[in-house]
Design a protein around this ligand. Structure first.
Ligand code: NI
Length: 148
């Protein structure tokens, strides 16, 4: 039998959620300057598209790197059910404390999915609008930016 090969698998999920970009430790003027209309107190929504990439050796018995029957319910439970049709700022604990920018949503999704037991989580990619997408592979230690 030939040696197992490594394959990555990307699967797309969707959820809709609302958020407000606002930090209570910034003044109203600062929030307005930094976040613009995204700091509106009434919030606004997005239809998010999430791509989850996992990798591993192809199981010679099944011919698969990960069974979608395992991946789908895991992502549904950890992310889609937790985020879909939620006001992220108040209904997801992590964003009560941290502003739910797409960057922070990416990081939180990665944190929730990295324990997937059947394959290695390579990357999450989040599309917030048709113009914006964000990717996180779990790497830490990018050059720190000071708050403006
Ligand atoms: Ni937004």
């Amino acid at each position: 039998m030939s040696r197992p090969i490594k394959i990555s698998l990307t699967r797309r999920y969707r959820f809709a959620a609302s958020h407000r970009l606002h930090r209570p430790n910034f003044s109203d003027d600062e929030n307005q300057r930094i976040y613009g209309k995204c700091s509106s107190p009434y919030g606004h929504g997005h239809n998010y598209s999430l791509e989850v990439t996992v990798s591993g050796a192809v199981d010679p018995a099944t011919g698969m790197v990960a069974n979608l029957g395992d991946l789908d319910p895991f992502v549904e439970r950890e992310v889609v059910e937790a985020f879909d049709h939620k006001y992220l700022n108040e209904e997801v604990q992590e964003f009560v404390e941290d502003v739910p920018t797409a960057e922070n949503i990416c990081r939180e999704i990665h944190r929730r999915l990295k324990t997937f037991p059947a394959a290695r989580l390579e990357r999450v990619r989040l599309e917030e609008t048709s113009k914006n997408s964000f990717e996180f592979d779990g790497e830490v230690g990018g050059r720190e930016q000071r708050a403006p």
